[in-house]
Design a protein around this ligand. Structure first.
Ligand SMILES: CC(C)(COP(=O)(O)OP(=O)(O)OC[C@H]1O[C@@H](n2cnc3c(N)ncnc32)[C@H](O)[C@@H]1OP(=O)(O)O)[C@@H](O)C(=O)NCCC(=O)NCCS
Length: 175
């Protein structure tokens, strides 16, 4: 069997079907990490509208929303968000991989690809990310891509009925 290939490309509204299928199947697992979503978020039309809003922010230079691919198959999402230029030239990244595709190095490779895009195509200087303390898989993804922890932000996200502390991460893109 050939080893998996990972790629990223800008999301399109046509990706809504594949993304909705992942979100519905994994809703119970991701509820631990994700903020509560409206019912609409898990519908095809809701995802289409969500992607249109993401692409609108992209047209205004605020983000670079991508799908993660294994060959031609959409297996997750990675987004460069909160792009800030001027004296900062920084952005933060967020990502997920559908459960059947986890544990094969896709997130690690997708973060590597997006860091290259941030440095070369977006001209950014700094990448930031945030993980919950218990999310060791995501912390491994960041460490393997040269991110270092900056510190702990207390009570920063409300998920699964409680406030959770989060670890803040940074990676200087010229390093
Ligand atoms: C975090 C996530 C993106 C990792 O995706 P992935 O494609 O499985 O990651 P990789 O295959 O690149 O593996 C990265 C590391 O995490 C480890 N890992 C994978 N699943 C794990 C788990 N459930 N628990 C602990 N470590 C895990 C892998 O072993 C690997 O480390 P290693 O190379 O030292 O062995 C995925 O689990 C996910 O989508 N989780 C839900 C959403 C989420 O947490 N997003 C990030 C928010 S900050």
């Amino acid at each position: 069997m050939s080893s998996p290939v990972t790629d990223i490309r800008l999301i399109t509204v046509d990706d809504a079907g594949a993304i909705t299928a992942h979100l519905r199947r994994d809703a119970e697992v991701t509820a631990r990490w994700d903020p509560a979503r409206t019912r609409d978020y898990h519908t095809l039309d809701g995802q289409r509208r969500h992607i249109e809003r993401m692409l609108d922010r992209h047209r205004h230079g605020a983000s670079w929303p991508a799908v993660i691919l294994d060959g031609q198959t959409v297996i997750g999402q990675i987004t460069v968000q909160e792009i800030l230029l001027g004296a900062w030239r920084k952005a933060s990244i967020g990502y997920w991989i559908g459960t059947p595709h986890q544990g094969q190095g896709h997130a690690t490779r997708a973060v590597g690809l997006v860091l290259r895009l941030m440095a070369r195509d977006l001209g950014l200087h700094r990448a930031e990310a945030v993980t919950q303390i218990e999310n060791t898989a995501s912390q491994n993804v960041l460490r393997k891509n040269g991110f270092l922890p900056i510190g702990i932000a207390r009570s920063r996200i409300f998920t699964a009925g409680a406030w959770h502390d989060e670890i803040m991460w940074e990676r200087l893109l010229e390093e």
